[in-house]
Design a protein around this ligand. Structure first.
Ligand SMILES: Cc1cc2nc3c(=O)[nH]c(=O)nc-3n(C[C@H](O)[C@H](O)[C@H](O)COP(=O)(O)OP(=O)(O)OC[C@H]3O[C@@H](n4cnc5c(N)ncnc54)[C@H](O)[C@@H]3O)c2cc1C
Length: 513
């Protein structure tokens, strides 16, 4: 039966940093009736789920944090994952979010009610929750991806995906195989190589690996950062480094020589770190730096000098009961680690639940037909009252926290306007969305992704249409747009029926489960 009472004005799906940042922004702006839902049993998203050995942030911690919640006590320039998880928990506690989070609850479907202008969310345990506005904060690296190699079910040893690390598995003295050499693998490999008897690294595409300007942050340095201006200066330097190494390098490839400089640095790093020229050759990328997210590590490459580490580049043909067979040989392993990443721009992840907008149109199908697109990376026409943090063409590759703050600025402008004019339905117009999409396509010419060599990179940036839905602009421009986009690009309407907000019903009864 159709409800005419909404449980909450807003529901945020996801309690990672996007969900946390959105909730804080809502509270600060006086939007207090919201619920956060997460399938995990704790906050932090990525940093809750990923606990593999060596996990750390891959941009300086001074940038990987909220601008309004800067902390000084990171143990290193590149903080380990557990510190990010603790930071998430601290934000939840400090901003009083815990009573508003319902953990252990998976959203499986959401439908927009065209008559009542509200969203109905369905959970895996059979509940229905309603809200006026829904915020998608389900992240992008959420659903672990397994390789499609025949025989995976025959393997009799232990298998684990990097995003679901089993800390009960003791790797000491074991023969270990790891499939993949992406961002997670390059952190794990040096960490476990010393412990295991043999480590076979199965590489499909070598990764660009640059030196990491990392160091412990002794308490004296942290104290200095506490002096007037200290934190601001550190943050500015860190932001400039991040901006230069990704958004500017990637989006202004033809204009700025950053990528070429980075490639020279990467090649010289490789030469210094790896002794055997044959292994070095296998580790040398044959695509331009930036086609896929580069990594920063001071110990990944040199791990391949170890006697107990083998770099295998022949394609894997099957997984057997005792190991992996390549086109040339069979490797026996006791433990198989899948460092095979996540579903990114594909079915089951965009978003992680079935989302049906106005007239029952399914978002995944709309994107299938129209290509991935979202106005300013936030809104999609036909999906009223739904806003997403990491929509297509929203993220420019800078700090993820910058993205969260920009998108919440955009969303709050809409919510304030809706509150001011008592609207119950907010939807981006097709014209505005088309204009934005055309602009994104027109501007992408100067991006690195269109180098011929990128076709060799196996990069998750490319979707099945060959598009790279990253926002081709600097962070300064993206920030300006979040605060200045034309509110006339949206339609604000009122429902004919009165819908009461039953604040706190679901929250009080279930959030603390
Ligand atoms: C191993 C790893 C390392 C990374 N390192 C960096 C880094 O160094 N720098 C960087 O900028 N970025 C990094 N990232 C990207 C990282 O994902 C983002 O920086 C950021 O943490 C994403 O936050 P989020 O809240 O958007 O998504 P997430 O952190 O993924 O959180 C999404 C949350 O939504 C929940 N959820 C998803 N679907 C549902 C559903 N249907 N129902 C209920 N709950 C749901 C999930 O349980 C999860 O808690 C890394 C990612 C990974 C996987």
């Amino acid at each position: 039966m159709s409800s005419t009472v909404v449980d909450h004005e807003l529901i945020i799906v996801g309690a990672g940093f996007s969900g946390i940042g959105t909730a804080i922004a809502l509270r600060k702006a006086g939007f207090d009736d919201f619920l956060i839902i997460d399938e995990a049993d704790g906050a932090g998203g990525t940093w809750h789920w990923n606990t593999y050995p060596g996990i750390a942030v891959d941009i300086p911690s001074f940038s990987y944090q909220f601008s309004f919640e800067k902390q000084r006590n990171w143990s290193r320039v590149y903080a380990p994952g557990r510190e990010l998880k603790a930071y998430a928990d601290r934000c939840v506690q400090k901003y009083g979010l815990r009573p508003r989070i319902r953990f252990g609850t998976t959203v499986v479907r959401a439908d927009f009610d065209d008559a009542l202008h509200l969203w109905r969310l369905h959970t895996a345990d059979g509940d229905e929750l309603t809200c006026r506005f829904m915020i998608g904060a389900t992240g992008v690296l959420t659903r672990p991806k397994l390789p499609e190699i025949p025989g995976a079910d025959r393997f009799t040893g232990t298998t684990m995906h990097t995003a679901r690390w089993d800390h009960d598995v003791d790797l000491r003295g074991k023969r270990v195989g790891i499939i993949g050499t992406g961002a997670s693998a390059i952190q794990i490999i040096p960490e476990i190589a010393e412990r295991v008897s043999e480590l076979v690294v199965f590489q499909r595409t070598p990764i660009w690996c640059l030196p990491r300007p990392d160091a412990p942050l002794p308490s004296a340095v942290r104290m200095l950062m506490g002096l007037p201006g200290g934190q601001l200066l550190t943050r500015l330097a860190s932001q400039a480094f991040v901006e230069l190494t990704f958004p500017l390098a990637a989006h202004y490839y033809g204009v700025l020589p950053v990528s070429k400089l980075g490639e020279r640095t990467g090649l010289s790093h490789l030469k210094q770190q790896v002794h055997d020229p044959a292994v070095r050759a296998k580790l040398t990328p044959d695509y331009a730096l930036g086609c896929k997210r580069p990594s920063f590590s001071n110990d990944y490459l040199r791990t391949f000098n170890r006697e107990n580490v083998v770099l295998e580049t022949d394609p894997i043909t099957e997984i057997t009961a005792t190991g992996l067979r390549t086109t040339e040989q069979h490797h026996q392993v006791d433990v198989l680690i899948m460092a095979t990443g996540f579903k990114v721009m594909e079915s089951g992840n965009m978003p992680t639940f079935d989302l049906h907008g106005s007239n029952g149109v399914k978002l995944e199908e709309w994107w299938d037909t129209h290509r991935l697109q979202a106005y300013e990376g936030v809104s999609v026409p036909g999906f009223p009252n739904f806003f997403t943090i990491i929509g297509p063409y929203g993220y420019n590759g800078a700090s993820y926290f910058t993205l969260i703050e920009l998108q919440t600025t955009h969303i709050l402008r809409l919510l304030r306007e809706a509150r001011r004019n008592r609207s119950t339905r907010v939807e981006v117009t097709h014209e505005a969305n088309d204009r934005y999409f055309r602009e994104m396509l027109d501007r992408r010419g100067s991006q690195v992704f269109w180098q011929e060599s990128c076709s060799l990179a196996n990069s998750y940036y490319f979707d099945k249409n060959g598009d790279v839905p990253l926002r081709p602009m600097s962070t300064v421009e993206a920030s300006w747009r979040a605060g200045h986009f034309d509110l006339g690009d949206y339609r604000f309407d009122k429902a004919g029926t009165n819908v009461a907000v039953n604040a706190g019903r679901a929250q009080a009864s279930k959030a603390d489960r």
